[in-house]
Design a protein around this ligand. Structure first.
Ligand code: MG
Length: 217
């Protein structure tokens, strides 16, 4: 019998991509704050979740931390922009077909979560656009949480071993902070872990995840 092992997936760059994402984030903040943060200001940010990034930009702009009300206003403005751009056909999201199919195959026998740095409502929108089964739980960027905190929250109460699938060094760092095995997607996350191309087939994702968990076929 298969064990209900919780497996967490990042979204952007791991399951697909929304190419103009950071442009829309800056535009949304421009609408809310009266002036958009510059690309240089965005580059200065160290965080990997929306809460962390918008908080850092808020400190740069206003000299004080973001509060939860300000985060909700940003989230609503950002979702509105994504809806406008990605449901009008002005831009199209790209889903990684084999990875998405593998995610759904894994979800048929195991617990699978989407744990992403997108603000929660934005994550719901993006996951829907990518056609992810609504029964798969999504955990987006909560106030005062970094990526490691989000992963810890998704896994709390679930028996291990767990695993994180991501595409960036910050995903690997969060997995390592919690002692989780990691599977990388694409070539932006160097390390000794198993790594797959975004255009890999579903069965390769499933076997890489099972091998990383130490599950024999
Ligand atoms: Mg990512």
């Amino acid at each position: 019998m298969e064990l209900p092992v919780p497996i967490c997936f990042d979204l952007d760059g791991t399951l697909g991509h929304f190419s103009s994402g950071f442009v829309l984030l800056r535009e949304a903040l421009g609408e809310v704050w009266g002036q958009a943060p510059t690309v240089e200001e965005l580059r200065l940010c160290h965080g990997s979740t929306d809460w962390e990034i918008v908080d850092e930009l808020h400190q740069l702009r206003f000299g004080r931390n973001l509060d939860e009300a300000g985060y909700s206003i940003y989230e609503a403005a950002c979702v509105a922009r994504f809806r406008k751009v990605f449901t009008s056909g002005a831009q199209e999201a790209v889903g990684y077909r084999g990875i998405l199919e593998g995610l759904h195959r894994l979800a048929a026998t195991r617990q699978v979560w989407i744990v992403s740095g997108n603000a929660p409502e934005l994550l719901l929108f993006k996951a829907d656009v990518l056609g992810i089964n609504p029964a798969i739980p999504r955990l987006g960027s909560l106030p005062h949480h970094g990526r490691t905190d989000l992963l810890k929250r998704a896994l709390s109460g679930c028996p291990g071993p767990h695993l994180y699938v991501g595409d960036r060094p910050h995903d690997l760092a969060a997995a390592q902070a919690l002692g989780l095995p990691f599977v990388g997607i694409g070539d932006s996350v160097p390390g000794g872990h198993r790594s797959l191309s975004p255009d890999t087939e579903a069965e390769h994702l499933v076997s890489a995840v099972e091998a990383a968990l130490g599950i024999l076929p």
